[in-house]
Design a protein around this ligand. Structure first.
Ligand SMILES: [Zn+2]
Length: 190
């Protein structure tokens, strides 16, 4: 390949592809939240409304401690963006979802999800990514991925919408027989 065509390839990979990702895949915006009006008073806790920072920081601290106690501590503190408005959530393409975790880049908590169990749920997904690997996690059964997040976040809803209710009960049965120390070693083979 000649130098100019290599340069064109470079422009394509490093400039055009990220730009497309920015506009087409909104969740990718969690990588650069400051560009959509989010402030991060602490590196990993970001808010759209600075007056809600205290509440966000408390949810973040509770979520990390909870996940560490029911499973294992997160290796790296995850970036969590707390949106207090629908407009903020829409900037990240949340749609009908209450919250979303985008691989290892970060988590967005929508206005309806400022509750301990939602934050724990997303932090469990971050921990799954760390322990199993972001790509292998895509191939794990839903009862392992979503079932774990619903079961171990102490989600108070007695009956979830399907398929999550089935996922949660399947995970609970499996977890009772193996315990938290074997979750990741056995989970890798699922
Ligand atoms: Zn989930």
């Amino acid at each position: 390949m000649t130098w100019p065509s290599l340069k064109r390839l470079g422009v394509l990979i490093f400039v055009i592809a990220p730009l497309c990702a920015w506009f087409l895949v909104k969740p990718v915006r969690v990588i650069a939240p400051r560009l959509v009006g989010i402030t991060c008073p602490m590196e990993n806790v970001c808010v759209d409304d600075i007056s809600k920072y205290g509440e966000a920081a408390a949810l973040y601290a509770e979520g990390s401690a909870f996940v560490a106690s029911v499973l294992s501590p997160l290796r790296a503190p995850p970036k969590v963006i707390f949106c207090s408005t629908v407009a903020c959530a829409e900037n990240f393409g949340l749609g009908a979802r209450s919250a979303v975790t985008v691989a290892r880049f970060g988590t967005v908590i929508g206005p309806k999800a400022w509750k301990p169990y939602y934050v724990r749920h997303e932090m469990i997904h971050v921990l799954q990514g760390e322990q199993v690997g972001v790509i292998p996690l895509l191939f794990k059964p839903s009862w392992f991925v979503e079932g774990m997040a619903y079961a171990l976040s102490d989600d108070p809803r007695t009956t979830l919408a399907e398929p999550f209710e089935t996922d949660r009960s399947m995970f609970r049965k499996w977890f009772q027989t193996i315990g938290k120390n074997s979750v990741w070693s056995l989970g890798k083979d699922l």
